[in-house]
Design a protein around this ligand. Structure first.
Ligand SMILES: [Zn+2]
Length: 306
């Protein structure tokens, strides 16, 4: 009797008790697949790199950003009113539907900036995600996307132009500072991407982060999501959270609290004045190629769908 009273009291205090259960997710793929012989001992990037289309499953991201795959990915249309997908020959304009929505929303915000008619979108994921034959370690779950820092002023580029045109570097002094190509519009577009609740993190070179730290006079909460990283001076990288109720999608730990500006300053100091190498540091481990044994088992079914 006592317990019933306590439960009822808790429910009065907690909105969750009175709200309907979140809508059940599509059942998803079972995680108990065995790995067929043809997939054993093969580099997973060969298997995923050979897929030309998304799978027919309900959309679901399985695994983690650098060890996973995506079921039911959709393609970002090659050209939209406020975007173009670049390097079409790579066939990496596939992502989780939430990623595609975020990119389209962001492209409309970018189009409102002076000199920008939208965005040029670089790699998202392969049609079924997974490791790639070249480039990225992440981008495996359809929840990472690269956005060019070159203003998308011309949205009528043909296929050939989209293979050949280059983005533009925004950095000076190895990424310690921005160069003259960086504008306030870049700040506003990165800010819009960071303020999207679907975004977990943004990666960009340290000099861009410290610049935005200096220039932001309003709300600074979004800066927490903007993380300094190597490279990322031709494009910035948007990483989405796992979609709500996603089973089998492993989040990265949230960024540390605060705006992260002091950490970015430390990156800059280390670029300008690199610390001496640690003589006791272990030699870097050579990276092993992922096989299907390493990936979540649902990825077997994602590959098998014909
Ligand atoms: Zn990226």
């Amino acid at each position: 009797m006592g317990r019933i009273v306590i439960t009822a009291a808790l429910c009065l205090g907690l909105a969750a008790c009175t709200q309907p259960e979140p809508e059940a997710q599509a059942p998803g793929i079972v995680s108990s697949q065995s790995i067929p012989a043809a997939m054993q001992g093969v580099q997973a990037k060969q298997l995923f790199g050979a897929q030309g289309q998304g799978s027919e499953h309900a959309p679901a991201a399985y695994g983690s950003y650098a060890n996973g795959c995506i079921a039911g990915a959709v393609a970002l249309p090659e050209t939209g009113p406020t975007w173009q997908a670049m390097r079409l020959s790579r066939n990496r304009n596939w992502g989780h539907p939430e990623t595609i929505d975020l990119l389209q929303d962001l492209s409309r915000k970018a189009a409102a900036q002076p000199g920008w008619n939208g965005i040029y979108v670089g790699d998202i994921s392969q049609p079924r995600g997974g490791p790639m034959l070249s480039g990225h370690r992440s981008h495996q779950m359809g929840l990472d996307a690269d956005i060019w820092l070159r203003p998308a002023d011309n949205l009528t580029l043909d296929r050939t132009a989209r293979e050949n045109i280059s983005s533009i570097s925004m950095r000076r002094a190895n990424g310690a500072y921005i160069n003259g190509n960086w504008t306030r519009a870049h700040h506003e577009i990165v800010k819009a991407a960071a303020q999207d609740p679907r975004t977990a993190r943004i990666f960009i070179f340290p000099g861009a982060k410290t610049q935005m730290c200096k220039e932001e006079t309003g709300d600074r909460a979004w800066l927490r999501k903007v993380r300094p990283w190597w490279g990322h001076h031709y494009h910035f990288h948007v990483r989405l959270n796992c979609p709500d109720n996603a089973k089998g999608c492993v989040e990265q730990a949230a960024p540390p609290p605060g705006d992260g500006c002091a950490e970015a300053e430390q990156w800059v100091r280390n670029i300008l004045n690199p610390p001496p190498p640690d003589p006791d540091a272990p030699p870097p481990k050579p990276r092993r190629e992922l096989t299907m044994e390493d990936l979540p088992r649902q990825c077997v079914a994602v590959l098998q769908d014909q």
